[in-house]
Design a protein around this ligand. Structure first.
Ligand SMILES: Nc1ncnc2c1ncn2[C@@H]1O[C@H](COP(=O)(O)OP(=O)(O)OP(=O)(O)O)[C@@H](O)[C@H]1O
Length: 591
């Protein structure tokens, strides 16, 4: 598959060039800050680096990598904790021409190893524990010969970060140039609807992401960002913004300690912050209970899943009075796609969301083209074969633009004879993801987001959930998000998930409810308490009030809905449907 740029021009792009620009303009400003152990007086200490140092070391490390044997397209896994070295290595890898494989280590060992093995890395740039695992599972990574250990090297070979830096500093090696369409990375999706998929990132995609985010939100050099997503270290450094990594487990953002987020925010007087809805929910609750504020925050971003209006409202109450909050919408395969400000949500769209209209994720970014097409579970090869739907009708969202990935990794390697049987099955699946999600128009690629929703008269997209989460009942199709949001308005409900029990076409929609913290604390897991009977009755009453929810069966309770590792916010409805089926046993559902 080819993208538009390939047909027209050969443009040289590398997002790392943006770092070089800021290293010249603001060499001594802090580019990255990462908390250390604290000093004797109990104050926080931070490992930091300036833009000049980041730029210099990234070039040195890139030279070191090229001298080791890295050539354009060499696949290297990066498994390093967010911090100064992480950001330097991200830029070094971009400059060396390598294709960086980025994955969430929190996804579980089985998925992690399978994904990495199928990506056929030529080496690992990784912390000691990851190198140890790689060595033990050597047979899964037969080509991994270029290994760099960040930290102490034990019984495995390769070089260390320190050695690489020092060798590269003394090297005069010329670095390669990269074209817009050259691969820059393979980034895995969060795997909220199945095994994570490796998304091919070109240099153009990264560069567009930075340019579009900067332009849309008017982000200015000199600010400081509390980065609760590791990859924002890359985006910020390419915008002249200080990245402050808080002390948290980036694989479990919902477990972040609000006090640590607050102290990092205050130490660096952060002006902006990116986090998932789970982070904002937890932090704003903490501020509410303890009377804390983040007065310096002017721009807040929540991404990865719908954000409840009450979380937007609560978060805005504890920051600068003129602060803006935005909820960018997109996916690993295409980011960013659309955006909306919390002010618009709270003053207008939230009310409709509460009545079953879906969640408004706003207007498209300038560089994106989008269409809503009739839902299909079949591959669509050519754009001529899509049926575009009129405004207001729910369909699949497809998008096109320079930030859209041309393909999943794996397609070109299906025939590779070295692949073990299991891996070749996985790679074939990835190839089928390509045919299921990519549409060509002869010049460029359209990506099927896998999301359903509709466009309104103002050109805004109303998100109605994942395509795979729709429920085909004998009375028609139900979409998850519009229904769930009706029940989420109930004060005793934390969140809900609509799952289908039974075969498509005759499925019974079942509502799984996570009760609010207050109710959970009051009753524990004793679902037979009268409080729960009352809540069940009230939710059924609520269901009867709306056309889309009137056939929903008796709600059942779950103490904590399963969520994804990256955002801790996307509800795993597939897992829940299995759980609900087991839970119900042979019992008949009451309407
Ligand atoms: N602002 C938002 N509001 C609502 N939903 C969002 C928003 N941003 C992202 N999403 C949801 O997240 C999806 C993208 O998630 P991501 O790329 O992290 O992995 P995933 O698609 O969940 O993983 P997998 O494809 O492996 O299941 C979008 O398609 C959409 O469903």
């Amino acid at each position: 598959m080819t993208s538009a740029v390939e047909h027209h021009t050969v443009v040289q792009i590398n997002v790392a060039d943006r770092l070089a620009h800021f290293a010249q303009r603001m060499p001594l400003s802090v580019a990255v800050a990462c908390p250390g152990h604290g000093d004797a007086a109990g104050r926080n200490s931070y490992a930091t680096c300036t833009f000049a140092e980041l730029d210099r070391d990234a070039t040195a490390l890139a030279r070191g990598l090229v001298d080791l044997g890295v050539t354009p397209g060499t696949r290297l896994v990066l498994l390093v904790k967010p911090g100064v070295e992480f950001v330097k290595l991200v830029f070094a890898l971009l400059r060396s021409g390598a294709t960086t494989i980025l994955i969430d280590p929190g996804m579980g060992k089985k998925h992690l190893v399978n994904c990495l093995a199928a990506a056929e890395p030529a080496g690992f740039v990784a912390i000691s524990p990851a190198q140890a695992v790689r060595t033990l599972l050597k047979s899964r990574f037969p080509q991994a010969k270029l290994n760099v250990t960040v930290g102490r090297r034990w019984f495995w070979g390769g070089t260390t970060y320190k050695q690489l830096l020092s060798a590269g500093t003394n090297s005069g090696t010329r670095l390669p140039t990269s074209r817009a369409t050259d691969p820059a990375a393979i980034i895995f999706t969060s795997g909220s609807t199945g095994p994570p998929k490796g998304v091919l990132y070109t240099h153009q995609m990264f560069d567009t992401q930075v340019a579009e985010i900067r332009r849309e939100y008017d982000l200015q050099p000199g600010g400081a960002d509390l980065a609760c997503f590791a990859l924002f270290g890359l985006f910020n450094s390419a915008m002249g913004i200080t990245t402050v990594f808080p002390k948290m487990d980036f694989s479990r953002p919902a477990s972040a300690d609000p006090r640590k987020l607050l102290s990092a925010a205050s130490d660096w007087q952060v002006t902006q912050a990116f986090g998932s809805p789970a982070v904002w929910d937890k932090l704003s609750r903490y501020c509410e209970h303890h009377g804390e504020q983040i007065p310096t925050l002017r721009k807040i971003f929540s991404c990865g899943a719908p954000v409840p209006a009450k979380v937007l409202q609560r978060t805005l109450a504890y920051v600068d009075a003129y602060a803006e909050m935005h909820t960018p919408y997109g996916a690993t395969e295409s980011l960013p796609v659309a955006t909306i400000a919390a002010s618009e949500v709270l003053s207008e769209t939230a009310e409709q969301t509460a009545c079953g209209a879906g969640v408004c994720v706003g207007r498209k970014f300038e560089s994106i083209d989008w269409r809503v097409i009739r839902i299909s579970d079949e591959p669509i090869t050519n754009i001529a074969d899509v049926e575009e739907l009129p405004m207001g009708e729910i369909g699949e969202l497809i998008v096109r633009g320079p930030q859209v990935s041309p393909q999943y990794d794996g397609e070109l390697r299906v025939a590779s004879c070295e692949l073990r049987e299991k891996e070749s099955t996985r790679v074939s699946k990835l190839a089928s993801h390509n045919s299921m999600t990519k549409i060509t128009d002869g010049i460029s690629i359209w990506h099927r987001m896998g999301d359903v929703g509709y466009l309104d008269s103002q050109g805004r997209f109303w998100y109605c959930g994942r395509k795979n989460h729709r429920i085909e009942t004998s009375e028609g199709t139900l979409f998850s998000v519009p229904c769930e949001e009706i029940f989420n308005t109930h004060p005793d409900v934390a969140r809900t998930a609509l799952v289908g029990i039974g075969p498509a076409g005759g499925a019974t929609p079942l509502l799984v409810v996570e009760p609010s913290g207050t109710l959970l604390r009051r009753c524990g897991k004793n679902w037979s308490r009268s409080d729960y009977h009352r809540l069940q009755a009230e939710l059924l009453e609520l269901a009867k009030g709306y056309e889309i929810t009137k056939h929903i069966a008796q709600p059942i309770f779950h103490p904590g809905l399963p969520v994804d590792v990256r955002h801790n916010s996307k509800i795993n409805r597939e897992q829940l449907a299995k759980w609900a089926t087991r839970e119900l046993g042979g019992h008949k559902l009451q309407h």
